[in-house]
Design a protein around this ligand. Structure first.
Ligand SMILES: [Zn+2]
Length: 192
């Protein structure tokens, strides 16, 4: 029985590296995978999943309005798929997470989703909300805060390195950066 997996973490925990390794493991055994990523993320150009340690692969880009069942079924008809891997899955809509459950339940193809749990204000992303609710397996990928504790939160920094408390959930084209921190340091930055 195929399952729906949600690998979640803060920033820079190696999500893309982990995705690429899993995809490679399938392909090494002669199995076929489909790698997907959100079109909202153009850090490395469209249609690519790249990790910070230098490996990358081509990816099928999806937008918020896309029907993932249609995209995955079309790829599956061309070459039978053994696994679907979705990067930046926090950007999935509720409907798209439901579509992924269809892929798992009806087509019996495992779907591995990788993404952030919460945004820079500590709120769940929509895709993460429904993956936490509906995934069969929840797996935390760990990274650490500057203090050495596990970092499960993300802060957004402006161009001067100051923590930002307000703004759009997704900042595009600015000079913001992100840092993973533990909840204690998130609290001291945002809540206190
Ligand atoms: Zn800390």
């Amino acid at each position: 029985m195929a399952q729906l997996y949600f690998y979640y973490s803060a920033m820079n925990a190696g999500k893309s590296t982990s995705l690429l390794q899993s995809s490679y493991n399938y392909r090494e055994r002669g199995m076929n995978t489909l790698v997907m990523t959100a079109s909202i993320d153009d850090r490395y150009g469209k249609g690519k999943v790249a990790s910070r340690i230098g490996i990358e692969t081509e990816a099928q880009v999806f937008a918020a309005a896309d029907n993932l069942v249609r995209i995955i079924e079309a790829a599956h008809r061309e070459t039978p798929l053994h696994c679907v891997l979705v990067d930046e899955c926090q950007f999935l809509s509720k409907e798209q997470v439901r579509q992924l459950t269809f892929i798992v339940d009806k087509l019996d193809i495992p779907v591995l989703c990788y993404g952030l749990r919460t945004d820079f204000q500590g709120e769940l992303f929509v895709g993460s909300h429904y993956l936490l609710a509906w995934a069969d397996k929840l797996v935390e990928l760990k990274t650490i805060c500057h203090c050495g504790r596990k970092a499960n939160m993300v802060v957004r920094l402006d161009g001067d390195g100051k923590v930002m408390c307000e703004g759009e959930q997704v900042a595009i084209g600015g000079n913001e950066s992100y840092e993973s921190v533990c909840r204690k340091h998130f609290r001291e930055s945002i809540w206190d």
